[in-house]
Write a protein that binds this ligand. Sequence first.
Ligand SMILES: [Ca+2]
Length: 616
Amino acid sequence: MPNHAGCETGKRMNKRDWALVAAMTLIYLIMALINLGSFEAPQTGWEPEHLYESFVVDFGREVEIDKIMLFGGLGHAWGCFGSLQIKAWDGTDFVPYTFVDMKSIFRWHYSTDKVKTSKLLIINEYLRSDDEDDRNRYFRAEYRELAFFSGSELIKDFTITDVNSEKDVSLLFDEQELVPDRPSYLNGTYFDEIYFPRTALEQIEQRSILYENTHPPLGKTLLSVGIRIFGMNPFGWRIMGTLFGVFMLPLMYIWSKRLFKDSFWAFFCTWLLMFDFMHFAQTRLATIDSYTCFFVMATYWCMLEYYDSRAYEKGFFRSLVPLLFSGIFLGLGGATKWVALYGAFGLAVLFFMSRIFEYMDYNRWLDKAVEQNQISSNDRPKLRRSYILKYWMGTCLFCVLFFIIIPAAVYTLSFIPIQNHNDERHLVEEVIDSVKSMYNYHKGVVEPHPYSSHWYEWPLMLRPIYYYAGQLLPEGLGSSIAAFGNPMVWWTGFIAFWVLLGLLLWGRFGKNMGTQESRNAWFPVLGYLSLYLPWAVAPRKLTFIYHYFSCVPFLILMLAMVLRYLERTNLIKRRFVSILMISVLVLFVLYYPVLSGLIVPRWYLNALRILPRWAW
Ligand SMILES: [Ca+2]
């Protein structure tokens, strides 16, 4: 651990910074890739077009079946779900035996009903559902692979007879080597992965109806790159989000180095992100929050570059470059998920604060220049006027371009990959219609969910979200994935937020650290509030702890800000910070099973549930 308390190393990255962050990124990359998901999944399937299409599986001998596994594919219907009714031969007739229901796709479904028989009759039926609206509705499924087990043994020898279907039934049995013992996150989708990878595939196939349309398309476009490269399998649909999670580490380092101008604190911030629970669990899940959080960070990194420098020293056009990129990233973030746009409030406040601070600095510089006879006092009003014209009005005009027109254009262009060529609407019309329907959707989401939580519960992590529960595991073993924060990051970070806010409002921070430091300390506070507070007033009522994900980088910056303050004012030693960092790592190791789905004894998972509403 570098140990040079209070030693500034500049705002730019040096060789040592690059070496350090490269090592951390590489270690994290390896951690994140371990057990990310299988490289293979069934690709071919039987797609009955009618109800009650059927066939017989003839084993030619009596077999004892105690498990049936079924993998579902995309098919060609929006509701590509259905149930297979399976009847067993009792010597004279086929009698009811079991059902395998397929109400979600790209994962394994199963039945563990037992039977002794020589033949099975498999019939395509409506999806059985407890939901009144879904009953007798879906039957156009794509059944990709069906497999029969006797104990742990896959039953291999059988023939298909009495086929009552025009579609190729053999495609149900052509990838038997891919059948796992039990369904798991490694071999199929979990949680909201039933929406995003599927829709990414639909985008690749240029379908006119997309399953997931409550968020703009860019997240799924990025996700689809992994599917194009690695195929439609768990690794393929997770890798892009995971890589964006990996890229967050160097971004965090560069960003915090820019803020603190000190390699140690950049290392500290990156370390906390590297071992945060939500960062790990959320970026390995194939939803789109990984991209949103990355773009939010990038947006604010660019804004920091502007906020923490003087435009009049850089020159007009050069000073605009970070604003341009901030606007582009804002648009990219908004084109993955609207919540990234919440960050715009903070950007606006920071921008105007930077203008006020800079105006004050400029006046001071003018005073000094006059004093030192570098400029004549007659020139002073003229210079000030030209400053206001350029660095206030001119910059504000460009900001309309950077933060309204460019993001709106990026957002609109992100719809090109899903543009529906079958209808008459112009791209812009399509985008406006989709904005309306998304707004109405999010406003209307009120259905209760057992793992939802309110915005005010997130910082304390009162209700983690439970993503995955292992099935068909041996007695006494468990496998779970939940998303919540590393307590040493989130709880201490939340305390740091209040402490920092107090120090800033009471003027203590500026008094001890200087004016510039105090200005910079507002940066993470405003970013945090901008991404967090809108949830208190947002029309959407059903919210989850993962909606807090984009706030976490700011939480980390605030914690570093407070610890550095305490160190500078000799209230703590560097050793205290090191202990905190080690405890972050220790907690990550202890909780790794519930972040990764690792199979461990059930009692261990139970022991990790230290708050009453922590369930997994
Ligand atoms: Ca197949």
